[in-house]
Design a protein around this ligand. Sequence first.
Ligand SMILES: *[C@@H]1O[C@H](CO)[C@@H](O)[C@H](O)[C@H]1NC(C)=O
Ligand SMILES: *[C@@H]1O[C@H](CO)[C@@H](O)[C@H](O)[C@H]1NC(C)=O
Ligand SMILES: *[C@@H]1O[C@H](CO)[C@@H](O)[C@H](O)[C@H]1NC(C)=O
Ligand SMILES: *[C@@H]1O[C@H](CO)[C@@H](O)[C@H](O)[C@H]1NC(C)=O
Ligand SMILES: *[C@@H]1O[C@H](CO)[C@@H](O)[C@H](O)[C@H]1NC(C)=O
Length: 182
Amino acid sequence: MQLSILLSTAVLCLSTAVNSLPLLEARQTVTPPARYYLHTKVVNGDHKDTGSNKTNLWLYSYHTGAGLGDVGLSSNKSIAWEGYLNGTQQFFTYENNQIGPWPLGIGYGPYQQFNPATISIADEPTEGFFFNSTGLQYNYTNAGWLACDWWHGVPQLFNENGSPYGPIPSSCSRVQILPVAV
Ligand SMILES: *[C@@H]1O[C@H](CO)[C@@H](O)[C@H](O)[C@H]1NC(C)=O
Ligand SMILES: *[C@@H]1O[C@H](CO)[C@@H](O)[C@H](O)[C@H]1NC(C)=O
Ligand SMILES: *[C@@H]1O[C@H](CO)[C@@H](O)[C@H](O)[C@H]1NC(C)=O
Ligand SMILES: *[C@@H]1O[C@H](CO)[C@@H](O)[C@H](O)[C@H]1NC(C)=O
Ligand SMILES: *[C@@H]1O[C@H](CO)[C@@H](O)[C@H](O)[C@H]1NC(C)=O
C-alpha cells in the first residue's frame, strides 16, 4: 500500500516534471533581442541562384490589400519592419503603427514544395516560431526558408515543406533569417 502510494507519487512527480518542460526547451533555442530587424543570409551550398542577389535582404510587409501583405525582401534597411517574438508568435510593427502588431504567417498548400510567408494584420497570429543559432525557425517544418524572385517583382520569402521534391527553382536561394537588434 505504502509502496504503491510512494510509487504513484513518484510517477506523478516525474510526469509533472516532463509535462511542465516547455516543448521548445528540447530544441536549442536562443532568445532574440527585444526588438530586431530580420535579414537574410544565403546558405545555398551547391545550388546556384541565377536570379537577383539574395544576400543581406531585410524583411517587410509587401502590401497586397487592406491589412494584407506578403513578406518582401529589400536591400534597403530603412524599409525593414521591426520584429519581436511574443511566445511563439512572430510580430512586426513600424514607426507610428496605430493598428496593432502584424503577425508573420505561413500559408499552406498540400503537395507544395514551399509555402508563401505573409505579414498580414488581418490574419490570426500563427504559433510555432522560435530562434536558434541559425535564426528564425518555424516548427511546422524543419526545412527552412527560400528567398525567390517570384510574383511581385521583388524577392519574396517562402517556407519549404521539406518533402523530397527535387531541386528548388533557379531564381531561389536557401536563406537563414537572422535578427539584428534595432
Ligand atoms: C550580393 O550582395 C552582397 C551584399 O550587398 C554583396 O556583398 C555581394 O558582393 C553581392 N554578390 C554579388 C555576386 O553581387
Ligand atoms: C531606402 O528607403 C528609404 C525609405 O523609403 C528611401 O528614402 C531611400 O531613398 C531608399 N534608399 C535607396 C538606396 O533606395
Ligand atoms: C502576446 O500573446 C498573448 C497570448 O497569446 C496575447 O494575449 C497578447 O496580446 C500578445 N501580446 C502582444 C503584444 O501582441
Ligand atoms: C508548434 O508550436 C506550437 C506552439 O508552441 C504548438 O502549439 C504546435 O503544436 C507546434 N507544432 C509542431 C508541429 O511542433
Ligand atoms: C535550428 O532549428 C532548425 C529547425 O528545427 C534545425 O533544422 C537546425 O538544425 C537548428 N540549428 C541548430 C544550430 O541547432
